[in-house]
Design a protein around this ligand. Structure first.
Ligand code: 0GY
Length: 306
């Protein structure tokens, strides 16, 4: 059946033929940030969405998982599905224990709905402050949601632009759950990694119960990837930032592909190259074991923690 929707202008589809990574991920690696989109005819996109993606369903995600040598996924609710978590929950349930979910919920979510999400494998809620993606909810509403999910042992995933951290960090620091920051808080990588702006982010992480996803070099880079047939060390301008975070907080970092890479307009990454980026930011086997396996297990599969 052909799709009954049209993707946003300039939309780039995910790469159907990612390369085989040169770097072998350690056994048990978790891709702790990825999404599913639809399929749109089965799981319609939200009316309030700011973009319409291509289809990127669970079977395609699981094929990528196996291709890259990943063991498990954390599937994060994408804004194009609003607070309708059905596509994400269906994918998590289908993974038979090999996936967890992060949901978006509204303040009127019932306790029964939260319990059902928990039973399906959801372990967090996402608060998004990126204006091109959402009309952000009032922080009082979000604080109330955090109070509701804290007793379930969930955490809060936050997505924001670096320039907004000064305004938001007090709110984040007061949340009653661990806070997981998407994509290193989106640093401006044209500024120095040892400069004032990133130092402020590092201090925020240090002082609070904050975890950091060292993800999305393809979104943060200005130099871009190498040519498809070139050497495999891509996104080198992002490395100093990710390297600093891993070195300073080895027990509170996570990694993810961000497949299917929404809203990229310059290039669509080769997911194999994203795997090959990892040993440049986590340079010892011990750091990689924590980043890829031990840390995500502690947060998402605590019963199996090493
Ligand atoms: C990401 C980043 C983006 C989009 C979303 O939920 C989303 O729509 O997260 C983005 O456009 O920067 O984490 O996938």
């Amino acid at each position: 059946m052909s799709s009954t929707f049209t993707t946003s202008p300039g939309w780039l589809d995910w790469d159907p033929e990612p390369s085989v990574p040169a770097f072998a991920l350690p056994a048990g690696t978790v891709d702790a940030h990825c999404h599913v989109f639809g399929p749109g005819d089965a799981f319609p996109f939200a009316p309030e969405r700011k973009y319409t993606p291509c289809d990127a369903g669970k079977d395609q995600l699981f094929a990528l998982r196996d291709h890259l040598g990943v063991s498990r996924n954390v599937i994060v609710q994408a804004t194009c599905h609003g607070a309708d978590n059905r596509a994400m929950v269906d994918a998590v349930r289908s993974a038979a224990g090999r996936a967890r979910g992060v949901a978006t919920v509204r303040p009127d979510v019932t306790d029964a709905e939260l319990r059902e999400l928990d039973e399906a494998g959801v372990r967090g809620v996402r608060f998004n402050f990126v204006r091109r993606l959402v009309d952000a909810a009032p922080t009082a509403e979000l604080a109330a949601i955090a109070e509701r999910v804290a007793p379930l042992g969930w955490h809060v995933v936050v997505y924001f632009e670096a320039a907004d951290l000064p305004e938001l960090e007090g709110f984040f620091g007061a949340l009653p759950t661990p806070v997981v920051v998407d994509h290193m808080g989106r640093p401006d990588v044209t500024k120095p990694a040892d400069g004032a702006e990133f130092a402020r982010f590092l201090r925020f992480v240090e002082r609070n119960d904050v975890w950091v996803k060292v993800s999305c070099p393809e979104r943060l880079t200005v130099t871009g990837p190498p040519a498809r047939d070139g050497e495999r060390n891509a996104y080198t301008d992002v490395v100093p930032f990710a390297r600093t975070v891993v070195a300073e907080f080895p027990d509170r970092v996570l990694w993810g592909t961000d497949w299917p890479h929404p809203n990229l307009t310059d290039h669509m990454p080769d997911d194999g190259l994203l795997v090959d980026h990892v040993p440049h930011v986590a340079v010892t086997a011990d750091e990689r074991q924590k980043l890829l396996v031990d840390n995500p297990l502690r947060l998402y599969w605590p019963d199996e923690r090493p």
